[in-house]
Design a protein. Structure first.
Lengths: 291, 336, 312
């Protein structure tokens, strides 16, 4: 179980458990889900919590728990695909810019500057507006909006690594650029990109929910938390749970992602000593001195 | 306090003073049962290798250690008869900057980078002397002239990074004497400076000491500073005092083998070119462990079996001036 | 200083050119026949003849580069085209809808400042105390909360349950409160975290020990010595947050039924109103680039270290 100990030590088991349980629900959602998330039953509409429907039903009689589970699936698949897309394209652009420099670097970095000065939701909204609202277009739009982050991150890492003596000597020894890039630079950049992506996942989950909330992302009948919340807004007075539950699910997921990212990023920094640890140290040192 | 009363008691007196530091990764004892005293108007130099605990010895009683370091202190450190270790936070705040001024090693990091020099000077004057802002301003200008800074009024409008290293340390010294202290603690005030500037700062400290009649504890590893400034020297090794005495006695006739080695390892320009550089062999001991007997025994050329049994006490060095003490049974019992 | 200012201004100008190209290209990348879409949105019978007439009217058959410069020329004269859906001039519509957005951004910034500084300072004054820990937990939760959920909860608690504040429309100061809180709470929490961490980091620097050696207490050192040191970082972060506060208008304006620029943009995206999308993206981009430039220059002037560095 050695492979399992390191993540627990870095992240802590509560955070790990939180994120893993969402992943579990997303992967095995269709198995654990009590009802079909899209099945309408107007006879059973607006049911409160009950043994049949643990979390009640919505205005169309769909089971809320099943829809929440389906929403987890939608969100996590979306986050993963966007991270893969944006990460891959960003790493390619960043590596080329960082390794070859020159006008290529200049162009990529100016585009990144633009991407950084305009908030991502504006860019994503414009892209979805042109291509039409759908799950696929939303993923595409968010991936485009997120590319600058990974391009700049990779470019920084690669440019720093490329000027290291061992890379210089590889070049002198006649290693091809492809070999240097794939064997030596990409592995360095990949580590950084993964650390950053762990912190970024929460923001992406929020972005997906934002677009879907505006009706520009996931389209009905596919379930998504932001969209569930917006369609429940008219009933907020009689059934606030329909608004609160999807919002809470999303918040908890993002809390998990944020804690994960923070812990991974801070893993190197020392933490301040707790009072209990200090008194323990005092006792140990006293023994050491009197021995 | 009358002058006669002050003379009967030392200004600063450490009695069996020990410090234990705890950080998340390690616990050490950088100061181990140290006793010394400083009379009013006297200059004491504390010398030792880096890591010998000389900075902790002086900063810990004033609660001036870096954040995140937990210091447990034992024994007593009396300033004008009152134990600093038993003081409340507010009593200590009245002593800091008022009775005791402090000069730090690196003048750049010791000055606040985003505040004007004038403000950093006057705040101490206002706080300790109870002057109005205008009075404090003119007092600050006087102090800056006193420490040898020209054009004080326009300098006060500048930020620390706009000055040279030597000028910054002059500002640091001006700040430390702003509250008219009876004791100045100077922690390696010349180490971070250019060699040419070092001599100027030593001269300035000496001049100030004469004019203001204050006592100085100067922490250094530079014997040039010691001979130029000090009345008395204390040599520290591994958190313990190994020798203390008048500056002439210790520098000319060092008693403790460690002091002798330290003096031998000072590079000199007067020896022939190809003379072998004399250093001290070995490493100082790990302060996280209990040290049996004399801490210097493993590196000592004159080590005897009894050295690693009991910790040697500070005793009078035979055939030397009174007040010249060394913690070495070999020298005391078997005078050469 | 002057050279740096010019330097920044030139790179901002380059960014604005990139923004114009991006705004143009994104519309030119429209999949399918733009002329047909426009003809369709105008309503009536769509024949090949009508489509061809639209294509000529919108210069859709010209080369792309020519179209770009033509569009740019129009924009510089203040002509942002007209909405496909309503036929309304985009510049007029933007001007009409500016006020709610302005209120939201300024009010949100105010909330951000108040929340950020008060919580950040409170946390630093009693480190690891009850307040500090509560604030930290609150900040983590708040940052993770989607803005529309926060807004929905504010509507539920203050509008539906307590009937205290209006939750619908842009009607006077009382109706501004909830939207501004919904917009400012998250950036405020972020800012308070930054301030707390920045102050703690500054309090461990050597010049704090110097201040202690002068006999000052922790609280005075915190305000007089540590606080001025984090002003540049604080201003930079706050400047960055202006963009995020403005971004929130996209979400918050529709929820509270405010007829602002953000809601206008969202509406355009829903109805594929290409000229409106293009103009909104361009205008917002220019706004952000200029705000960034202004923040950079202000921070430069507020930071004595930078002021000096630029002078050499």
């Amino acid at each position: 179980m050695k492979w399992f100990n390191a993540p627990i030590r870095i992240v802590g088991w509560p955070t790990l458990l939180l994120v893993l349980s969402f992943a579990f629900v997303a992967i095995f959602g269709s198995v654990v889900s009590p009802y079909d998330p899209a099945a309408q039953n107007l006879m059973q509409a607006m049911q409160p919590f009950s043994p049949e429907h643990w979390l009640g039903t919505d205005n169309l009689g769909r089971d809320t728990l099943s829809r929440l589970i389906a929403g987890a699936q939608t969100t996590l698949i979306g986050v993963t695909s966007i991270l893969l897309l944006a990460g891959t394209v960003g790493m390619i652009l960043g590596t080329l810019a960082g390794y070859f420099g020159g006008w290529l670097d200049e162009i990529v970095m100016r585009l990144c500057d633009f991407g950084f000065s305009v908030p991502s939701l504006f860019v994503a909204l414009a892209i979805v507006g042109v291509f039409g609202p759908s799950y696929g277009n939303m993923i595409l739009a968010l991936a485009i909006a997120w590319v600058p982050i990974y391009a700049r991150l990779t470019r920084g890492v690669v440019a720093a690594a490329a000027s290291q003596p061992y890379i210089e000597s590889l070049r002198v020894l006649g290693a091809s650029p492809a070999r240097i890039i794939f064997r030596h630079l990409i592995p360095v950049a990949l580590g950084q990109v993964l650390v950053y992506a762990s912190a970024d996942a929460g923001l992406l989950a929020l972005a997906i929910a934002n677009l879907s909330f505006l009706g520009l992302g996931v389209q009905p009948p596919q379930a998504e938390w932001g969209q569930m919340l917006v369609s429940a807004m008219p009933y907020i007075q009689e059934a606030p749970r329909l608004v609160i539950l999807p919002g809470l699910a999303l918040t908890i997921l993002v809390v998990g992602f944020n804690l994960l990212g923070e812990r991974i990023a801070l893993a190197k920094n020392p933490r301040p000593m707790a009072r209990r640890k200090l008194s323990l140290r005092r006792a140990i040192f006293k023994q050491e001195m009197s021995a | 306090m009358t002058r006669s009363a002050r003379q009967t008691k030392p200004l600063l007196e450490a009695i069996d003073f020990s410090v234990t530091l705890h950080t998340p990764s390690v616990s050490v004892r950088p100061v181990d049962r140290v006793s010394y005293s400083v009379e009013p108007g006297e200059v004491l130099a504390i010398v030792g290798e880096s890591g010998s605990g000389k900075t902790i010895l002086n900063m810990a009683p004033l609660d001036l250690l870096p954040v995140g370091v937990n210091a447990d202190m034992e024994g007593a450190v009396r300033f004008e008869g009152v134990d600093l270790l038993k003081m409340s936070a507010s009593e200590l705040e009245a002593i800091c900057g008022g009775g005791i001024g402090v000069v730090f090693q690196d003048p750049l990091s010791a000055l606040n980078p985003v505040r004007k020099i004038g403000r950093q000077l006057t705040e101490g004057i206002e706080h300790h002397l109870g002057l109005t802002a205008a009075q404090a301003d003119s007092r600050a200008a006087e102090l800056m002239t006193l420490v040898g800074l020209s054009d004080p009024r326009s300098r006060m409008q500048q930020y620390p990074h706009e000055l040279s290293g030597g000028m910054r340390q002059r500002v640091g010294i001006a700040m430390s004497i702003a509250g008219e202290p009876r004791l100045l603690i100077a922690d390696e005030p010349t180490t971070a400076l250019d060699v040419t500037v070092q001599a100027q700062i030593v001269a300035l400290l000496k001049d100030l000491q004469k004019r203001l009649g204050m006592a100085i504890v100067i922490i250094t590893h530079d014997f040039g500073v010691v001979s130029g400034l000090a009345d008395k020297v204390a040599v520290m090794y591994a958190g313990r005092l190994s020798e203390i005495g008048g500056v002439r006695d210790v520098l000319i006739e060092p008693a403790h083998p460690y002091t002798q080695g330290l003096l031998r390892s000072v590079p000199s320009l007067t020896v022939p070119m190809n003379t072998k550089f004399a250093g001290l062999p070995g490493q100082p001991p790990n302060l996280a462990r209990r040290i049996e007997g004399c801490a210097f025994a493993p590196r000592c050329a004159e080590v005897r079996p009894e050295c690693s049994v009991h910790r040697p006490a500070l005793l009078s060095v035979p055939r030397s001036a009174t007040g010249h003490l060394a913690a070495c049974p070999v020298v005391i019992n078997h005078p050469a | 200083m002057l050279r740096i200012t010019l330097n920044r201004a030139v790179s901002a100008a380059v960014l604005i050119i990139i923004a114009s190209i991006f705004s143009f290209v994104i519309i030119a990348a429209f999949p399918g026949n733009v002329a047909a879409l426009i003809a369709e949105m105008r309503g009536g019978f769509v024949s090949q003849e009508v489509v061809d007439r639209v294509a000529v009217e919108y210069r859709l058959n010209d080369p792309l580069v020519l179209r770009y410069f033509h569009w740019l020329g129009d924009v510089m004269q203040g002509d942002l085209g007209s909405s496909l859906r309503t036929g309304e001039s985009v510049s007029t519509a933007l001007a009409q809808r500016l006020q709610p957005t302005l209120v939201l951004v300024l009010g949100g910034s105010l909330v951000t400042l108040i929340v950020g500084t008060s919580l950040g300072l409170a946390g630093a004054m009693w480190p690891n105390g009850l307040i500090d820990r509560t604030i930290r937990a609150f900040a983590v939760f708040n940052v993770s909360m989607p803005k529309f959920f926060l807004a929905a909860m504010l509507i539920y608690v203050f509008g539906v349950q307590m009937q205290l504040l209006p939750t619908f429309g842009f009607r006077g100061p009382a109706s501004w409160i909830l939207p501004c809180i919904a917009v400012g709470a998250v950036p405020g929490a972020l800012l308070s975290r930054l301030m707390r961490v920045g102050l703690e980091e500054t309090m461990s620097r050597p010049f704090i020990i110097t201040a202690k050696s002068k006999g000052f207490g922790r609280r005075r050192i915190l305000f007089r010595d540590a606080l001025p040191n984090i002003v540049p970082v604080f201003l930079t972060t706050f400047g960055m947050n202006i963009a995020f506060i403005t971004q929130s208008s996209l979400i918050i304006e529709p929820i509270f039924s405010w007829n602002g620029v953000g809601a206008y943009f969202v509406e355009a995206a829903r109805f594929r109103d290409l000229p409106v999308l293009q103009s909104c993206l361009l205008m917002f981009s220019i706004l952000f680039i200029l705000v960034n430039l202004a923040v950079d220059l202000i921070v430069m002037m507020a930071d004595p270290l930078q002021r000096r560095a630029k002078r050499i």
